[in-house]
Write a protein that binds this ligand. Sequence first.
Ligand code: ADE
Length: 258
Amino acid sequence: MTPDARPSLTAILSALSEEQSGLLEQLKGAKKKTVAGRDFWLGQLHDQPVALGLSRIGKVSATLTAAVLIGHFGASRIVFTGVAGGLAPGVKVGDVVVAHDFIQHDLDASPLFPRYEVPLYGRSCFSCDPALTALLKQAADRALAASSHPASQLLTGAQVHCGLIASGDRFVSSAAESSRLQSALADAGHTALAVEMEGAAVAQVCADYGVAFAAMRTISDRADDTAHIDFPTFVADVASQYAQRIMEELMRSLPETG
Ligand code: ADE
């Protein structure tokens, strides 16, 4: 390490404590700090300095948590790990979607701006950092390749997809709503693989600060009429295992300084 090179702080964001619990168990030297009514955990995860944060649910809460991680703790990269509803055909429960970019499916300032366009940014989609995303995709591939191991709680046969994720302040819980959402996005030229409630907000904050962002979501439900049953079961039983395994692979592949 050169004299002025400091190890960069990686922030790992999850929406819910159930998704974060496995990471917290593995955090060495964990110290809790509370900012803006939120608990953050600082420590070492597989020899990387990290801050664990909870975005809570929805875009406003996620925006604030991301801004605290960057502005207060000085995070130089943010990785989101959580769950999502599958939208595109072939995106099954237990699969992982690594985000290429994000769109807000509930943003509509038309006729002032085209539907989905973020006013005054001139664009609808916010891209993730290509280098960090490539590392995250490789980490997910490695973790899922090991899923046939008897000790693994990851679902066997699960696939890793990479593409657009749609975020909005709605839990999508009917097949009718899922297909309306997909066809409205398709009319504007977008195909989303999955839907969740925070990622696009964090992507926009990271773009504003010039901080690298990558995100992975394990598919907990198909955003259809059984989503409200599938989601809590999956979050309680398996989501944290995915976060733990994939973040371990990612931490081991990160460069030492940033
Ligand atoms: N996160 C997980 N499943 C979801 C769904 N069906 N809608 C929105 N966010 C989700």
